[in-house]
Design a binder for this molecule. Sequence first.
Ligand code: UD1
Ligand code: CA
Length: 459
Amino acid sequence: MPPTHLVVLAAGKGTRMRSMRPKVLHTAAGLPLIEHVLRAGDALNPSTTVVVVGYQAVEVQEALGKRLGLRFASQEPQLGTGHALLQAEPLLSGKRGTLVLLSGDVPLLRPQTLVELVRRHADARAALSVLTAEVDRPDGYGRIVRNQGSIAAIVEHKDATDDERRIGEINSGIYAFDLAPLFDGLRQIGSGNAQGEFYLPDLVRIYRSRGMTVETVLLRDPREILGVNSRKELVEVAMVLKSTKNDELMAAGVTIADPATAFIGPDVVVGADTVIQPGVYLEGRTRIGSGCQIHSGVRIVNSVIGNGVVINNFCVITDSSVDNGARIGPFAHIRPQCEVGVDAHVGNFVELKKTRIGRGSKANHLSYLGDATIGERVNVGAGTITCNYDGTAKHPTVIEDGAFIGSDTQLVAPVRVGRGAYVAAGSSITEDVPPEALAISRGRQVNKEGWVSKKKSRA
Ligand code: UD1
Ligand code: CA
């Protein structure tokens, strides 16, 4: 097979989005539209990948900065799709093989479809192959005009006659080209049309007039080439991505109580026998083990959850890990860089930040634990606060195995509570507590007998 090269068009503004951001950076299922497109393109194992940028080029380039081996061509001003592809020429000069063109705003395309397009293109030895679809509402799309069965031209909706507008077969905007004649062909395209643009699809007419082979590949599921031009279409596409992911997970043994309200990103992994209640968001690179219960209103981002974990309602967990058998929430906030150990409990209204909680330890009620290292079998009483911030810097708190922290304790960091030590309720701990010691730091209680009746008799 000759090498494959990929070009993705992403220079347009996306006027109908009515947005400050370029269209291809709007997200569906947690990923920018163009990232979905590039992932589909990965299936072709392209030897060159070029993204044509224009409107807010810097933002688009920065958003794709983590992808290795991408090259960028700039199109300024944006004079149409034919003009856009021509901008990639310097990055492809001297190369041969097949060029596959994708639009940055068509995120549902399946990798298998592209593989099939390239295979059919090669089999036909075509100069150009167009991916087409039969749709019920072809409005807005370019129509495939045939002559005795063969494709003769693509006519844009705005340029089409009434007869042509009745054609249900549309241009997906996805093509495979033989590189050799491509750029000379593109230079023949004019802009004498309804939009005054250089239309890439005009290449079909030009090639046909030269007797070159132009193929079409008809898509089975036309939803795959749904393009995003408006907010409404963005949501439609996101809904398709969502239900595809939910269906996959359910087939793999996950119960999703209400798939309409479960938003699970494409890279999320969930083990069998985990039950996901309504209104749950699982995002980024989150991995959830098996046999977990994830209750309503939970949001988990880039986190690793073990097996048999219960996450009660309305918890937010970000960039953290929760080990097997732990119980979280309801209403817990686990901020980045936390590790909750095996069988540990983090209860209601507990906030953790950069904190490690060891096996079997409990912080069940109303606590803030930040920059803390908490050992095993520790009991953190209700209302315990690590005072980790002195207004300038953050300081660590260490609580060793088996320690007992009484309710309403303030641990003024840096501070250490030794193994097995007790801290009496209501203490402000400013100095280290030795192992096995009792620390108590609070005003001694005074009871004034008969105080109330004396006060009343004075009045
Ligand atoms: C295009 C096709 C149409 C097809 C439809 C499928 C043309 C003229 N028409 O129409 O036949 O049915 O896609 O979705 O190609 N872009 C640039 N530079 C430009 C213009 C566009 O990079 O100067 C990019 C856009 O950012 C977008 C893509 O090309 O990613 C398609 O452009 P768009 O304006 O959305 O074309 P459509 O009108 O949808
Ligand atoms: Ca479009």
